[in-house]
Design a protein around this ligand. Sequence first.
Ligand code: NAG
Ligand code: NAG
Ligand code: NAG
Ligand code: NAG
Ligand code: NAG
Length: 490
Amino acid sequence: MHRVSGVWRSNGHRGLPSCSSFTSFSKHHRHEAPSTLYSYWEKPRSLSLAICTFFSVFVLCLLALPFAVDMPLENPKSGYQALLRTSLRAMPLGETNNALHEEKEVRKSDKEWQLKPDHFTLFKVSSFDTTPFNPLNLTNAIRIYVYDLPPKFNEDWLVDERCSNHLFASEVAIHKILLTSPIRTLDPYEADFFFMPVYVSCKFSPKTGFPWLGHAPKLMQAAVNHVSTKMEFWNRSWGRDHIFVAAHDYGACFHTLETQAIAQGIPQFMRNSLILQTFGVKGFHPCQAAEHIQIPPYISPSVAVSYVKDPLEHQQRDIFAYFRGKMEINPKNVSGLLYSKGIRTVLYKRFSRNKRFVLKRHRVDNSQQEMLRSTFCLCPLGWAPWSPRIVEAVTYGCIPVIIADNISLPYSHTIDWSSISLTVPEHDVPKLDKILIGVAVTNLTAIQRNLWRGENRRALLFTDPLVQGDATWHIFDLLSSTLDRSFANQ
Ligand SMILES: *[C@@H]1O[C@H](CO)[C@@H](O)[C@H](O)[C@H]1NC(C)=O
Ligand SMILES: *[C@@H]1O[C@H](CO)[C@@H](O)[C@H](O)[C@H]1NC(C)=O
Ligand SMILES: *[C@@H]1O[C@H](CO)[C@@H](O)[C@H](O)[C@H]1NC(C)=O
Ligand SMILES: *[C@@H]1O[C@H](CO)[C@@H](O)[C@H](O)[C@H]1NC(C)=O
Ligand SMILES: *[C@@H]1O[C@H](CO)[C@@H](O)[C@H](O)[C@H]1NC(C)=O
């Protein structure tokens, strides 16, 4: 038996030895040391064949077992899937690929076998469910495979707790939610989409006192190199069914300044893929010139819930118009650009002494409480048009006043933004007081009634675990409408 285990190891198998490894070992070693090995291996050749046959049947039976007992293979909670998950963890990426490929072959043949009518009667499979597995009630059933990348691509960045909670943290939230979601598949051969869990927005080195995202495309590229050399799925469609999150200012352009973001463009290797991004404007823009889904900025759902203690309609709103954030009195001209195009400076100069306006330039920890007390929450552009204030305002029932020309808003196919927010053109900022008073005396209550409806607030939060209609659900639902990109679905 010592010899036998030697064969298993020398062939690098972790499980059962294959029949060919038995015979090749015996042939090889018969020449080297015939006297010692001949009698041991040659005589019981028929015996070794019998053992092989036995093992093959045994393995096939084991693999067919889930079908025979009508155990849903796809249920992540089933013992089978848990087992698969454990063994996947233990295997490096390349071997996972092979193991799953063999697995898939067996399952394919099992499926053909299942469809024969005789077998139906034989095993009394009376209620054979043909409806696609769609536990989240998406427009179409989908499956997503999540790459298991080394921690330097994701987990290592989370040592700073802020990285899971800041405005770009949707890259972390979507990954976490996906891992426990029922549409995650552990079998890449049946996946419609492949999720690349790379966290790039957490820490960016402030070179010359300015946020710098130069590491982001490099880290993304390294992740693509990693998965494309170890598995076949990137190459078979050149990333077409692969998903990235690029939650930073200008999405996958990875620069904070618009002119430089545009000059850089989306890295070539990402242009074929699906990008989940917070950036979005109407019309053409080089930073959205790839298939993309516009997602809301991240705010922590647990923090949000902790502040909304009473129903929104019961809040006393004693602040008319509110803004708190970066506001330069003499804006710095960075490469020919002014922060917020100077809009926040105009706001401050014009309205900081107006009694209806609460405009503060310094951050505080409980700005949520101030939003709960406000009727209008100003959401002027920063470097990019979008702002987490838009999500915060909706969450705290304060009407978002969006000041960012051409901005496109997330999930506008289900959220009727014009009924829950105001959009003020940048050049109208000097008369903002008149505009807001006009709304207050006409249709304020109508807007607030729409705004306070639960489904609008739900759609903008990445709740964990996922609930139908929340921010992550919307991503999955939109993905399920792009099944033409799925290789598995062809
Ligand atoms: C699934 O979605 C449809 C359409 O939105 C809805 O009518 C139905 O009630 C939902 N089903 C469940 C189980 O939530
Ligand atoms: C995918 O393509 C790249 C570049 O063409 C190559 O280096 C890599 O080995 C390929 N991956 C696989 C799994 O064949
Ligand atoms: C808005 O879009 C229009 C048409 O696409 C363009 O001409 C205009 O410059 C854009 N405005 C801004 C502020 O980006
Ligand atoms: C900012 O600087 C650029 C040159 O870098 C200049 O052309 C532009 O007029 C300046 N803008 C303002 C508002 O000062
Ligand atoms: C409020 O009134 C304005 C001006 O009449 C109109 O454009 C807007 O659609 C109204 N909004 C709602 C939610 O009724």
